[in-house]
Design a protein. Structure first.
Length: 131
């Protein structure tokens, strides 16, 4: 689980760097960008919930632990991608007409970031309840 969360965190940092001419997400956090931190936290918590939901899908067989672990990783990756897709679509619908990058990244709008975080967490909770 920790490796997947680290991969997602690295990916989010890469996306931020690409959007902001090579600037670092960690540097933005250290500069007091609370809105970025809220959005980042919400997305990671949603991913953690999706990974937890994967354990409800994959059956555990003590005689073949390696195969069960491989299946769990595969399902966790799939649910992580679904979470990003569904949360992204929901954010675009809920925040229709809002330039999210401008509001959160540049204007430090904690309200918009909280909405995005809540959407990611809600999708993660949906996966936990579903599976």
């Amino acid at each position: 689980m920790q490796i997947l969360l680290a991969i997602v965190a690295s990916y989010r940092g890469w996306v931020y760097s690409r959007r902001h001419d090579g600037s670092s997400l960690q540097l933005a956090f250290s500069d007091g960008q609370i809105a970025l931190a809220v959005r980042f936290f919400g997305h990671l918590l949603g991913v953690a919930l999706a990974v937890t939901a994967a354990s409800g899908i994959v059956a555990y067989y003590p005689q073949d632990v390696a195969l069960a672990l491989l299946r769990w990783v595969g399902v966790a990756l799939l649910l992580t991608m679904f979470l990003s897709l569904i949360a992204g679509l929901a954010s675009k619908i809920v925040l229709l007409g809002v330039d999210v990058v401008e509001e959160v990244d540049n204007q430090n709008n904690v309200g918009v970031a909280a909405i995005e975080a809540a959407i990611s967490i809600a999708v993660g909770l949906f996966f936990v309840a579903l599976f």
